[in-house]
Structure formats: structure tokens, C-alpha cells
Design a protein around this ligand. Structure first.
Ligand SMILES: Cc1ncc(COP(=O)(O)O)c(C=O)c1O
Length: 397
């Protein structure tokens, strides 16, 4: 049967690789299994979600507007304006925003919008941080581009070094996926860094897609955003889109609700494409999403709960495994020497599942996988479970 040949270049999804590594092994301990491998929020979303869904239960009969109801788009614009100190009226709900069924599908489909057949006379390039969220690579590959991986290591404060990208690569670049706060390292790109990335996008005529889905889970300082950087630079929102989600902000991963916002030409064309292949968000879900974007109280509480978890992690791991307190996100990125071996030992001897860092990265530059020495732990469980997990980890590693 003929398949799209680009499929052959898709790497294994990391959780497939994790199953292959761990499932043949049975833990030697009777402790309860603790899965810290998946970045799934464990807090409950606020009651507002279920209440709003119930209040809109008569609207399940309606076909949802693909780009989002006017109420949802207005709530998103109001939130973006508040959160990033944008000038009132800078964003128009009609032109600058579109609803998504979670950011995953939007990030994926976006590459097929902006990857041309050729750029600078050659096969186009999509820039991805390394380690990276697997969807960036999948989207780039299936859109017919060459993914180019920019290592984000301790040496460059876990952010791709923008000065090190060769001009020839920038000329071929159609799209740059940038993640801040970064999954897995939790690094926050500064406003200056974002401005530099935007200047490059405009100079070399590519699109900066800023994945900001962890923007509301931070330790001390609210992460700046790419739209805010655009405002500081001038030039409108040209060449820039941001992706946001309720999955982490409101612990509502199951709601499947996010949005894309930015350059009105890109958003307009994306809406056109989405009319063919996008995922619609049911009207009651859009109503719940609008209510969640309008509410900050639950977000503040959620953030405070993650802070307490990072306090526990710091108390358990400070001075070990290269521990640092991440500025954002909800992952620990621990340097354990050999991530795969550590994941195996933690599973076999402590019934804890973690993700070997190498599974979220590629040996792209000089044959070195920048995640190979690390494990990624989502610190999403309740505090008692985390305490138990941290004690087991210290015992085993
Ligand atoms: C970096 C990053 N981007 C995007 C997503 C997608 O989130 P969602 O589709 O739930 O909005 C995730 C989910 O884990 C993620 O880690």
C-alpha cells in the first residue's frame, strides 16, 4: 500500500520508546507505581469548567464555528492584552485570533501552512529546539521540510543559541518553533531573546511560532511573550504567532482547548486551511474556555501549588543530579549521567516511571544527544506522592 514517504522520517513517539524500555521489566518492589513520565496535570480544573459546560448543555446540537465563537475570541484577546500589557485594541478578535482544539493539533497543522516547496532554492528548514516537543519534528517532517535541531544545553542556559545559526540555514528557514517556558528544561526566554528571534524571522522571512503553553506555570517572574516582544519592537505582529492552551494553565488537558494568535495574515490563512483540516471545538467547550480565560483566581492557586512542589523538589534534590529550580513549567530535568539506565533502575527498583531525556532529543549535532544524560520528571502529583517519589529516587540513584 503506498504511504506518504515522509512517514519514514518520523521518529518513534517517546512514549512508545519508553514502553519498549520499561514494559519487559517487572519492578522488584511492591511499592505503588508512580508515573512521572507524562506531563499530565493532576490537579482538578476549577468548578467553573463543569458549571459552564452544564449551562451550555443545550448547545451540543450546534456545529461549532471553526475560528471560535465571538465570546471566546474576545475573552482570549482580553486575556492576552492583560497578561502581556498590550495596547488596548492592538488585537482584533476577528483578525488576530483563532480557537484550537488544544495546541497540539494547531502546532502540527501550522507547518503545512507555512512550509513552501522551496526556500532560497532549496528544501525548506524548520528550526526546532533540541530537546523538543515531538510534534515540532513530526509537523516539519510531514510538511516536507528538513527539521534542524538547535541544541539547548546547560552551556547555553538551555535555550537555542540564536547567534550560532548559520545564515545559510536561516535563508532556508520557513518556520521556527520556540518553546518558552521550555519543555523539558523550564527555561524562560527573555524579552530581548524573543526580540532577537523576531528580528531574525523578519530579516530572513520565516515565521516564529512561539509555543507558550506553559506560560502560566512559573516560579517567580511571569514569562514574557512573543506578542509583547512584537509590541516592543514595532512592526505589528508580522511573522509571529503564539500558541496557548488551557491544558496546563487550568489543568484542563481533557477539555482540548487552546488558541493561536498573532500576525493577521498568517491567522487568516490558517483559518482558511483549518476549514479543510482543522479540529472544531464544541460550542459548550468554547463557552467553558471563555470562562476559564476570564478567571485568574484558579490560575494563581494552581501556580502556588506547583511552587510548593518545587520547594519539595529543591529540598530533596538540591546539590544532587545537577538540580536547578526551573523558572517555568512543571518538569525537573535531572542530570543523572545516563538517562536510560536511570529510568530503568527507577522502574525496576522503585516502581517510578520517568522519561529518559534522550527520548525527547536527537543526536543531531556532532552526534551528541543533548538529553542523553538527563531524566525528565513531571512533578504533577500531590505533595505526599511526590515526597514518597523523591525519597525513592534518592534511595535508588
Ligand atoms: C511544549 C508543549 N507544547 C504543546 C503541548 C500540547 O498541549 P495541548 O495540546 O494539550 O494544548 C504540550 C503538551 O504536553 C507541550 O508539552
Amino acid at each position: 500500500m503506498p504511504f506518504n514517504p515522509n512517514l519514514e522520517d518520523l521518529t518513534d513517539y517517546p512514549f512508545e520508546a519508553l514502553r519498549a524500555l520499561l514494559n519487559p521489566v517487572t519492578p522488584r518492589v511492591n511499592d505503588e507505581i508512580i508515573a512521572m513520565s507524562l506531563g499530565e496535570p493532576q490537579h482538578q480544573p476549577p468548578p467553573l469548567l463543569a458549571e459552564t459546560l452544564a449551562a451550555h448543555a443545550h448547545e451540543w446540537n450546534r456545529y461549532p464555528p471553526m475560528a471560535g465563537t465571538p465570546e471566546l475570541r474576545q475573552a482570549i484577546v482580553d486575556w492576552l492584552t492583560r497578561r502581556y500589557n498590550l495596547a488596548t485594541g492592538a488585537l482584533d478578535p476577528e483578525r488576530h485570533v483563532a480557537a484550537l482544539a488544544g495546541t497540539k493539533e494547531g502546532l502540527y497543522l501550522f507547518a503545512s501552512l507555512v512550509v513552501p516547496r522551496r526556500k532560497a532554492g532549496r528544501k525548506p528548514v524548520v528550526l526546532c529546539p533540541n530537546p523538543y516537543y515531538l510534534v515540532y519534528n513530526g509537523a516539519a517532517t510531514m510538511a516536507g521540510a528538513d527539521p534542524v535541531f538547535l541544541d539547548a544545553t546547560r552551556d547555553n542556559q538551555f535555550l537555542p543559541d540564536l547567534d550560532a545559526i548559520p545564515a545559510e540555514t536561516l535563508e532556508r528557514c520557513a518556520l521556527f518553533y520556540l518553546c518558552s517556558p521550555a519543555n523539558p528544561q523550564g527555561t524562560i526566554a527573555s524579552l530581548d531573546y524573543l526580540k532577537k528571534a523576531i528580528r531574525l524571522a523578519r530579516e530572513y522571512d520565516f515565521v516564529l511560532a512561539a509555543d507558550e503553553c506553559y506560560a502560566e506555570i512559573y516560579d517567580q517572574v511571569p514569562p514574557p511573550g512573543a506578542l509583547e516582544a512584537c509590541q516592543g519592537l514595532g512592526g505589528g505582529f508580522d511573522n509571529v504567532v503564539v500558541f496557548h492552551s488551557l491544558s496546563k494553565r487550568s489543568s484542563a488537558a481533557g477539555l482540548r482547548s487552546g488558541f493561536v494568535a498573532g500576525d493577521p495574515t498568517l491567522v487568516g490563512q490558517f483559518k482558511r486551511l483549518r476549514d479543510f483540516g482543522g479540529c472544531q471545538v464544541p460550542v459548550p467547550v468554547q463557552a467553558a474556555a471563555a470562562a476559564l480565560w476570564r478567571d485568574e483566581a484558579h490560575v494563581i492557586e494552581n501556580r502556588a501549588r506547583y511552587r510548593r512542589k518545587f520547594d519539595l523538589a529543591e529540598a530533596a534534590f538540591a546539590g544532587r543530579y545537577g538540580f536547578y529550580r526551573p523558572a517555568g513549567g512543571f518538569f525537573l530535568w535531572l542530570d543523572v549521567g545516563d538517562g536510560e539506565q536511570a529510568a530503568l533502575r527507577l522502574w525496576r527498583d522503585a516502581a517510578i516511571r520517568v522519561l529518559p531525556g534522550g527520548y525527547t532529543a536527537r543526536a543531531a549535532n556532532a552526534g551528541v544527544n543533548p538529553g542523553a544524560e538527563y531524566i525528565r520528571l513531571a512533578i504533577a502529583h500531590d505533595e505526599a506522592t511526590l515526597d514518597a517519589a523523591f525519597a525513592r529516587i534518592r534511595r535508588v540513584l
